[in-house]
Ligand binder design. Structure first.
Ligand SMILES: Cc1ncc(C[n+]2csc(CCOP(=O)(O)OP(=O)(O)O)c2C)c(N)n1
Ligand code: SF4
Ligand SMILES: [Mg+2]
Length: 292
């Protein structure tokens, strides 16, 4: 008889209400493959609040706590404390928040939890805008992207907030980026985060969003892969805020990634060049921190 391996088990039921090609669904699938059934998921308001289903229906095979938009860090701290009081040190607590619930309104609760070094994993599945309410810009929306609330010429003129650096500045025990297009790397990092009990761990997963980004659903994983291959979304880990490890070195021009998506279709040649310069500068900084 063939033994079922832990990673063969899927903790998402078929029949969820996600858009075809939703990167956030794949992200949850890989995260739970690594964390396993002894996981409790805290979900602040976001697309995943809908994807998880209205109680008593659910698309997940693990317990879910729906939380107010700003409270991902605080709610997970409380769930951890309740489990500890019941003598359960085995269950992993994971906050699963969008970029709005992490970079913006959720940031103070996250920062507070990290400063207290609460024992849980905070995951940001980052689709780079407020998708659930109609593609409004967030501080994670990248330079050059058009949203339904980008003032000026209709596209964002400021850079995406660097959330990993903000968390590293807290001297968080573990912060890492991950991609749905690199599942082995992603599952390894979630397993590492799970095994590092005793402090806050932060995972930043780029989650492609076909309607929000203007890509065909079948291009979702390709877009995620190109984000890494162009160094727009580098794969790396930071331990204790200071020890940097790069997991992949991209070499593709940023145009390959940008031209795939309608949210960047207004950009001209000189805009692509500006973005390439920003990406190169960030990549050089990162290499310097990793000492390579
Ligand atoms: C205090 C508060 N303000 C606004 C909302 C409405 N709201 C629900 S989800 C959401 C956007 C969430 O964006 P993000 O965290 O990026 O997740 P996504 O929808 O993109 O998956 C907003 C504004 C809310 N639920 N609570
Ligand atoms: S709007 Fe985007 S993030 Fe939300 S379910 Fe659809 S594809 Fe996923
Ligand atoms: Mg979002």
């Amino acid at each position: 008889m063939i033994q079922q391996k832990a990673h063969d088990i899927d903790y998402i039921y078929p029949g969820h209400v996600g858009c075809p090609g939703c990167g956030a669904i794949l992200a949850m699938k890989f995260a739970l493959k690594a964390l396993g059934e002894k996981t409790m998921v805290v979900i602040p308001a976001c697309c995943w609040g809908i994807l998880a289903g209205p109680y008593p229906q659910t698309s997940l095979k693990v317990p879910i706590l729906q939380a107010a938009f700003a409270t991902g860090g605080a709610m997970a701290s409380g769930v951890r404390a309740a489990l500890d009081m019941n003598g359960d040190s085995e269950t992993t607590v994971m906050t699963w928040a969008g970029d709005g619930g992490t970079f913006d309104i959720g940031f103070q609760a996250l920062s507070g939890a990290v400063e207290r070094n609460e024992d849980f994993i905070f995951v940001c599945y980052d689709n780079e805008a407020y998708m659930n309410t109609g593609i409004q810009r967030s501080s994670s929306t990248p330079y050059g992207a058009r949203t339904t609330t980008t003032p000026g010429e209709g596209w964002k003129k400021t850079r995406k907030k660097n959330i990993i650096e903000a968390l590293a500045a807290h001297r968080i025990p573990y912060a890492a980026t991950a991609s749905i297009a690199f599942p082995d790397d992603m599952i390894r990092k979630f397993q590492k985060a799970k095994d590092m009990k005793g402090g806050t761990r932060f995972m930043h997963v780029l989650a492609t969003c076909p309607p929000g980004w203007g890509i065909p659903s079948e291009m979702s994983v390709r877009a995620a892969r190109l984000a890494v291959q162009t160094n727009i979304f580098p794969l790396y880990e930071v331990e204790d805020g200071i020890k940097y490890t790069l997991n992949y070195e991209g070499s593709q021009p940023v145009d390959e990634y940008l031209k795939l998506q309608k949210r960047f279709k207004h950009l001209e040649k000189h805009d692509f060049e500006d973005i390439q310069t920003m990406v190169n500068d960030d990549w050089d900084l990162l290499r310097g921190k990793a000492g390579v």
